[in-house]
Every structure is written in structure tokens, then in C-alpha cells.
Write a protein that binds this ligand. Structure first.
Ligand SMILES: Nc1ncnc2c1ncn2[C@@H]1O[C@H](COP(=O)(O)OP(=O)(O)OP(=O)(O)O)[C@@H](O)[C@H]1O
Ligand SMILES: O=P(O)(O)OC[C@H]1O[C@H](OP(=O)(O)OP(=O)(O)O)[C@H](O)[C@@H]1O
Length: 215
């Protein structure tokens, strides 16, 4: 772990743009290469920071191992990955929710051996265990909505945002599970060794988030 720099693990993809916008509002002067670059390490020497760009599901892994001091991760990823990191702030960006969905004519109560497709096997398994329902989980890496249509699974557990993907594929939501937003996460050792800088970052982000909530 670099003692000089504060290393921030950022999720590539749909969260990235919103997270960059939030950081800029919090006073971090992130250069234009944050808007248009294929580089996976972006440095901001004036702020004593570097940003590493990881797959969203991998951000807590970088933070747990201490190669990043802090990071941004979806609540979905936090639940699925169960990494040893502190979740210190709800950034209230990239809002969506997890839901169970199926074809419209599907009746869960008539299904004796349900198969559930998801990109989130652990979250899905915990959820159905808590519900007291025995299910078989089929782990997929994307295009989850395809599974019930082609007969690979009876139900899916996936993220819903606008609902367009469910609708266009003829599926209906049968249970709403968990609301999801992105979280600011911290490595436990960094929280001690770089406490001042991390507290300052959390305060600055919290100020923007609270301000936007009141607006
Ligand atoms: N409509 C949405 N679908 C999926 N994730 C969303 C949505 N809206 C917000 N999110 C958040 O974005 C994160 C996923 O980001 P993204 O879709 O860029 O990556 P990914 O699907 O994991 O990666 P890839 O598509 O490259 O496999 C989720 O962890 C979730 O917190
Ligand atoms: O409710 P909506 O606004 O339609 O968004 C939800 C969809 O977006 C995500 O898929 P993504 O685009 O990441 O593609 P994927 O199938 O490769 O995961 C998610 O897995 C849903 O399929």
C-alpha cells in the first residue's frame, strides 16, 4: 500500500460517470482523461491521489487486499462478495433494485423444483434460504432475462432499473428484493493509517449528497 498516495478503486462501466461527477462536485479536480480514456490507472498528483479502474464486481477485492485504500461499489456487489471492508457512506448514485422475475404465466407455488438464474448466486441462495424455499441456482454472467424464455430457468434474480429489459423480453417482476445504490468503502487498515485524508473525503462527499437531498 502506497503511504503517499490515496488509491481509489473505481468501477468501470455505468457507475463510473456518476461517481466522477460526484467527486468533482466534492471538489476533486479530475482531469478530462477521466471522461475519455482506456487507461486503468489515472493519477491526480496535485491531490495526491490515484484511481484504479476495475470491473464493478472486483472493486471490494482491491480494497480488501489493500491495493486500494477506498473504493466505490454497488450494494449488490457488497452483498454478493462479502469482503472484509468498511462500508462508510451511501453515495446515493446508480440507484436500481434487485427483483425476482419470471414469465407471466409462471406460478411459483406450482413449481416443485424451481431453477433460478442469476449473476448473483450467493445473494440469491441467501434470499431463498431465508424464504424457506429450496431452489437450484444457475449462475450466469449476463443476459439473465434470456434464461426463462429459452427454458434454462424458471425465475431470475437480477437488477431492475427502468424495467425496460424485463418488458421487452416479456417477463414480469414477481418480488421486489433489495434497493441498490453505490457505496463508499474503505480498507480497515487504511482507515487507521490514512484517517485524516479518508475522513476528509467522506465529509466532502457527504456534504454534496446531503445538499442534493435537501435541494
Ligand atoms: N440497470 C442496471 N443494471 C445493472 N447494474 C446497474 C444498473 N443500474 C445501476 N447498476 C449498478 O451498476 C453496477 C454494474 O455496472 P455495469 O453494468 O457497468 O457492470 P457489470 O454488468 O458488472 O459489467 P459488465 O456488463 O461489463 O459485465 C451494479 O453493481 C449496480 O450497482
Ligand atoms: O431495468 P433496465 O433499465 O432495463 O436495466 C436492467 C438490465 O440492465 C442490466 O443488464 P446489463 O445492461 O448490464 O447487461 P447484462 O445482461 O450483460 O448484465 C441488468 O442485468 C438488467 O438486464
Amino acid at each position: 500500500m502506497n503511504q503517499e498516495l490515496l488509491t481509489v478503486a473505481m468501477p468501470k462501466g455505468r457507475i463510473f460517470e456518476e461517481a466522477v461527477e460526484l467527486l468533482r462536485k466534492a471538489g476533486y479536480d479530475l482531469p478530462p482523461e477521466f471522461d475519455d480514456s482506456r487507461r486503468l490507472i489515472l493519477e491526480v498528483p496535485e491531490s495526491g491521489m490515484q484511481f484504479i479502474l476495475a470491473k464493478p464486481m472486483d472493486v471490494p477485492t482491491y480494497v480488501e487486499h489493500g491495493v486500494a485504500d477506498v473504493g466505490v461499489a454497488g450494494k449488490d456487489v457488497m452483498i454478493e462478495e462479502e469482503r472484509d471492508v468498511y462500508e462508510v457512506l451511501d453515495l446515493k448514485i446508480s440507484a436500481c433494485y434487485m427483483a425476482v422475475a419470471a414469465l407471466p404465466d409462471y406460478s411459483p407455488e406450482l413449481d416443485v423444483a424451481p431453477k433460478i438464474a442469476s449473476k448473483y448466486p450467493k445473494l440469491t441462495s441467501d434470499y431463498f434460504r431465508e424464504q424457506g424455499e429450496q431452489v437450484e441456482i444457475i449462475k450466469l454472467n449476463g443476459s439473465i432475462e434470456l434464461a426463462p424464455i429459452v427454458g434454462l430457468a424458471d425465475r431470475i434474480v437480477d437488477i431492475v432499473s427502468t424495467g425496460q429489459t424485463l418488458k421487452e423480453n416479456g417477463l414480469v417482476e414477481i418480488e421486489t428484493m433489495i434497493p441498490i445504490t453505490s457505496r463508499f468503502i474503505v480498507n480497515p487498515v487504511s482507515y487507521r493509517t490514512k484517517a485524516d485524508r479518508i475522513d476528509d473525503m467522506v465529509d466532502r462527499l457527504a456534504e454534496v449528497i446531503n445538499g442534493e437531498e435537501q435541494a
